[in-house]
Write a protein that binds this ligand. Sequence first.
Ligand SMILES: O=C(O)c1ccccc1N[C@@H]1O[C@H](COP(=O)(O)O)[C@@H](O)[C@H]1O
Length: 217
Amino acid sequence: MTTRIKICGLGRPADVAACAAAGAAYVGFVFFEKSPRHLSLDAARALAMEVPLGLAKVALTVNADDAALDALMDQVPLDMLQLHGSETPERVAEVRDRFGLPVMKAVGIADEGDLAMLEDYMRLADQILVDAKPPKGADLPGGNGLAFDWRLIAGRRWSVPWMLAGGLTPDNVAEAIRLTGAKQVDVSSGVESARGVKDAALIKQFVAAALDDTPKL
Ligand SMILES: O=C(O)c1ccccc1N[C@@H]1O[C@H](COP(=O)(O)O)[C@@H](O)[C@H]1O
């Protein structure tokens, strides 16, 4: 199976085109006002219309309530919801039932003590996104360009599909895949030329580096 790649935090039609041309499997739109990648619903709708069939559109939200998710779902065509806040397992189940889209829950990892949470969420989410835990006091719960110790999840057994995230770059993604066995990876900061600004050349390099590590059968 080829590595599936998500590029998160797109802002312009040219970013969508770069992801499609490079061979990404998912594109991510951020709905979190503190983020430099935040999109209004109008901007996201326009951007989503540019996404070719076969490239999955993921909405990243942080502790969004039903009203916010209703508005998002009404206005933006989407394929998946990424819950990147402190949503409980019960909230993950509720969102999945109410909105009828696959739900990917982000889990922040800093040390072994965080690994138990993976089991709790794997029972209820369609996918898990394994990210670095943000530093104390950080403005953003993700998208900080920080990696965690990948050895913590090396050899782990997974009961649902999962994606590796956190501080990935064109230079380290192949090693991250090799160490963790990830079949899906997600990147934001590592393909930006400035905070919040995606770079087509870096997107191409990242996808090529991630695909290059796919075992050839
Ligand atoms: O990208 C953001 O601005 C963001 C905001 C709030 C929560 C998560 C966010 N991004 C996600 O964080 C991870 C890792 O990002 P990075 O590659 O380390 O910058 C990724 O899943 C993004 O989807």
